[in-house]
Design a protein around this ligand. Structure first.
Ligand SMILES: Nc1ncnc2c1ncn2[C@@H]1O[C@H](COP(=O)(O)OP(=O)(O)O)[C@@H](O)[C@H]1O
Ligand SMILES: [Mg+2]
Length: 262
C-alpha cells in the first residue's frame, strides 16, 4: 500500500489471558498525502485506540503502521495528535505562545524563526492578542485552537485529531470545522479526524471510513464528492451530503441494533 500513512493487518488488544480484550482486528487503511479523512464509528469501538496506534503512542499487537514509508514505533516528527481533552493537553503554567513553542521543541530551527512561525500560526487560528494569556484565561474553543496551533507548528504534515470538537458548543463547533478545513489547506496538512458525529465526518472529509463494532476494522469507505470550500449551509443541503450521511448513519445504526440484540 502507498500513502503518507498506512496500516496493514493492524490488531490491538488490551490485557492478557482471560482478561484479554481485542479492540482492533485486521484493520487496513491508507491515507493519501493531502487528503482529509474522517474515521467514524460507534462509541467504544476503539477509535481512540486506533488513533494512538496510528500515532505511535501505542504499539499494535500485530500488524504495522507506516508513516512516509517508515514503520512507526514512536511518535515520528511530522505527525501531530490533537486530543479531545484540550484542558489536559495544554500546559497550564505556560502561556499560549509557549505552549505552541513547546510543540516545536524537537525542531532544529533558530529561536527567532520558531517565534515567527508560532506567531504566524497563532494568527491563523485567530488568537493574535492572546499569545501571553495562559490557557486557563481563554475559552474552551480558544484552548482547542492553541492545541491545534501547537500541532501544526511542530512541522506537522499529518494531523491526527481525536474528537477535537466534542467539548465545544454547537456554534463554536461549526466555526472550528471551517477553521480546521482552512488550516489544513493553508498549511498543507493531511488530516485524519476521528469523530462519532456523522454529519461532521461527512462535512469535513474527502473520504469517510466507517469503523465496525469492537474489535474494529474499516467496514466501509465512502467518497464524499462535494465541492470545496465547504459551506455550513449549502454543503449540508447538497444531495451528495445527504446521501453520504444516510449511508454512514444507516451503517452505524445497524451496528448498534446488532449490539443490542447480543
Ligand atoms: N488502556 C486501556 N486498557 C484496557 N482497556 C482499554 C484501555 N483503553 C481503552 N480501553 C477499552 O477499549 C475499548 C475501546 O476504547 P476506545 O479506543 O477509547 O474507544 P472509542 O474511542 O471508540 O470510544 C473500550 O471498551 C475501553 O474501555
Ligand atoms: Mg475515543
Amino acid at each position: 500500500m502507498t500513502g503518507i500513512l498506512t496500516a496493514s493487518s493492524v490488531g490491538k488488544s488490551y490485557g492478557t489471558g482471560t482478561a484479554r480484550m481485542a479492540i482492533i482486528d485486521g484493520l487496513e487503511l491508507s491515507i493519501a498525502k493531502g487528503e482529509f479523512v474522517s474515521l467514524v464509528g460507534p462509541s467504544g469501538c476503539g477509535k481512540t485506540t486506533l488513533l494512538m496506534c496510528l500515532s505511535g503512542l501505542l504499539t499494535p499487537s500485530v500488524g504495522e503502521v507506516r508513516f512516509k514509508g517508515q514503520t512507526v514505533s514512536a511518535p515520528p516528527i511530522g505527525l501531530s495528535v490533537v486530543f479531545q481533552d484540550y484542558s489536559r493537553s495544554l500546559l497550564p503554567w505556560k502561556t499560549n505562545l509557549d505552549n505552541v513553542l513547546f510543540g516545536m521543541r524537537r525542531l532544529s530551527m533558530a529561536a527567532a524563526d520558531k517565534k515567527a512561525r508560532a506567531a504566524e500560526i497563532i494568527a491563523a487560528v485567530g488568537l493574535s492578542g492572546f499569545e501571553n494569556h495562559h490557557p486557563w484565561q481563554v475559552s474552551g474553543g480558544m484552548q482547542q485552537r492553541v492545541a491545534i496551533a501547537r500541532g501544526i507548528a511542530s512541522q506537522s504534515e499529518l494531523l491526527l485529531l481525536d474528537e477535537p470538537l466534542a467539548a465545544v458548543d454547537a456554534q463554536t463547533r461549526a466555526d472550528m470545522q471551517d477553521l480546521l478545513l482552512d488550516l489544513a489547506k493553508r498549511f498543507n496538512q493531511t488530516c485524519v479526524l476521528v469523530t462519532h458525529d456523522v454529519e461532521e465526518a461527512v462535512y469535513m472529509a474527502d473520504r469517510v471510513l466507517v469503523l465496525g463494532p469492537r474489535p474494529t476494522r474499516v467496514v466501509r469507505e465512502i467518497v464524499v464528492d462535494l465541492p470545496k470550500p465547504r459551506d455550513q449551509i449549502a454543503t449540508r443541503e447538497a444531495p451528495a451530503f445527504l446521501h453520504a450521511r444516510h449511508e454512514v448513519m444507516a451503517l452505524i445504526r445497524g451496528m448498534r441494533a446488532g449490539q443490542n440484540l447480543s
